[in-house]
Design a protein around this ligand. Structure first.
Ligand code: 6PG
Length: 247
């Protein structure tokens, strides 16, 4: 049985959002104090939106030195930045349009470009900001988890799960009939901290499999997240926790 990751359960989605925000603020303040900046890869999907809105509002928005924050994305849909499916658009509307983060510090994945060009451009941006050789070491990568156990755009059975060289790849996701651009496992596992935010009863069974079942990352991609010298923490609501072993 694998050692259990740190799991925090919140009774409501609002409490979950606040819990994640309090963690982000702590990590950001520490990163700025020790390194002079905070590098944060945002999660896409719908669950993080409440956390982004909470962070954009008092009292939290003023607790982060936004001029020293650099935001990125863990993945992006291959759509323009104004498209309803864009992870960038969601984060802009929920958070980035409401805080004084310099536009030069917002490093989006150019989903409007051809997927391979978008992946190469984003990897180039990472190399520009983190340096060209060693893997980028994000202070924090925020991730969601889908009901099939995927995270970022690492879906069951995709080639990206085996990627060891590229930092960013694009791929066709068959069941979505869509192309996605995603950080690869080596980059995610180079992070200082990874936080999963997971909510809803629809994810309870898969979350049990991911956290308590056998190690099957090709089937349960969220299991591939195991930071080499960082920590992974799960922030979940009571509905998503319903099938976990009692703590
Ligand atoms: C995306 C995300 C994806 C998401 C999960 C959970 O681009 O959709 O990167 O990995 O985090 O699918 O999505 P929900 O929060 O909407 O359930």
């Amino acid at each position: 049985m694998r050692a259990r990751a740190e799991v925090r359960v919140f009774e409501t989605r609002a409490a979950l959002a606040r819990g994640v925000v309090e963690c982000v603020v702590r990590v950001a303040q520490t990163a700025v104090a020790t390194q002079g900046r905070f590098t944060w890869a945002l999660a896409g999907g719908s669950t993080p939106e409440a956390a982004y809105r909470c962070l954009a509002a008092p009292p939290f928005a003023s607790q982060i030195p936004w001029e020293k924050v650099h935001v990125f994305w863990g993945d992006e849909r291959c759509v323009p930045p104004g498209h309803p499916d864009s992870n960038y658009r969601m984060a802009r509307r929920a958070l980035l349009d409401h805080v004084p983060i310099p536009s030069a510090n917002v490093h989006r994945i150019p989903g409007e470009r051809p997927p391979q060009a978008a992946a190469l451009a984003y990897e180039g941006e990472l190399r520009r900001l983190f340096g060209r050789s060693a893997l980028p070491r994000f202070d924090l990568i925020l991730l969601g988890m889908g009901p099939d156990g995927h995270t970022a755009s690492l879906f069951p059975g995709v080639a990206a799960l085996q990627e060891t060289q590229s930092w960013v790849v694009e791929q066709f996701v068959e069941h979505l009939d869509a192309r996605r651009v995603t950080l690869t496992p080596p980059v995610i596992n180079a992070a200082t901290g990874v936080v999963f935010i997971v909510a809803g009863a629809g994810k309870a069974a898969r979350l049990r499999d991911v956290l308590e079942g056998p190690y099957l990352p090709d089937l349960l991609p969220a299991q591939v997240v195991s930071p080499v010298s960082g920590e992974v923490r799960w922030f979940i609501d009571a509905d998503a926790a319903a099938e976990l072993r009692p703590l």
